[in-house]
Design a protein around this ligand. Structure first.
Ligand code: SF4
Ligand code: SF4
Length: 223
């Protein structure tokens, strides 16, 4: 039976990304991911040009680049739903489909800090909101501009600090983000939310309103 390493090797050999997708576009004059993204194998921090990058031309060590560079592709290369305006060299936004350290699916919109408000502009903003709306409960949609991060909800964007936290649906089309001090705190909050959800299912509208007041109190306690 193939293990993960075998699958990975076969994907790299076939020119596919982590998810087994083949690119249908080419990078051309773009090198933006080589600036915006962290490359652990090279000790390269996010937001600084890789020392091997020749901007506008490509990778100076292409054949020997780290496995992560061979294996990773931005969404613009592999996702046919994205139109040409998402070419990262033009949009100044690199889209990364990934998972966070807890295995939660994420779509990261990593924005060039030289264009910090680009994600709020059209024709990009409505697509980001649509990704967030389609992903509720499936993936988290995140904006990153340098060391500033936002979680995108259909109803709002919330700037967040690094650390645990939880997204909570507070109305039919409204979500809130509750930051937590620790993983333990987050687990308690999740347990509380599960109990609240089970309880809420059997409540009248008036009783449910009291439940929402309880949620507000939990948010206060989580600060
Ligand atoms: S951001 Fe995308 S298009 Fe630009 S260099 Fe990286 S992989 Fe290629
Ligand atoms: S090694 Fe090459 S592909 Fe990887 S970040 Fe540096 S320039 Fe980009």
């Amino acid at each position: 039976m193939l293990d993960y390493q075998d699958i990975k090797a076969s994907f790299v050999q076939a020119g596919k990304d982590y998810f087994g997708r083949k690119p249908f576009r080419v990078c051309g004059s773009c090198s933006l991911c080589c600036k915006l993204l962290k490359v652990e194998a090279l000790d390269k921090p996010a937001g600084e040009w890789c020392k091997h990058c020749v901007p506008g031309e490509g990778c100076g060590i292409y054949a020997d680049r780290p496995e992560g560079c061979k294996f990773w592709m931005c969404e613009w290369l592999v996702n046919r739903d994205l139109r040409d305006e998402w070419f990262p060299a033009k949009s100044k936004i690199v889209i990364d489909r990934t998972m966070n350290e807890h295995g939660k699916r994420m779509i990261r919109f990593v924005v060039d800090p030289g264009y910090p408000n680009r994600w709020r502009e059209e024709p990009w903003y409505h697509v980001i909101k649509s990704v967030a709306k389609n992903g509720m409960g499936i993936w988290q949609t995140v904006i990153e501009v340098g060391d500033r991060n936002w979680i995108v909800f259909p109803n709002k964007e919330v700037q967040v600090k690094p650390g645990p936290g939880m997204s909570v649906r507070v109305a039919e089309e409204a979500w809130e983000y509750i930051p937590c001090e620790s993983q333990e705190h987050l687990m308690k909050l999740k347990e509380g939310m599960d109990q609240l959800a089970a309880w809420s299912n059997s409540l009248s509208d008036v009783e449910r309103a009291i439940g929402l007041a309880e949620l507000e109190a939990m948010k206060e306690n989580a600060k």
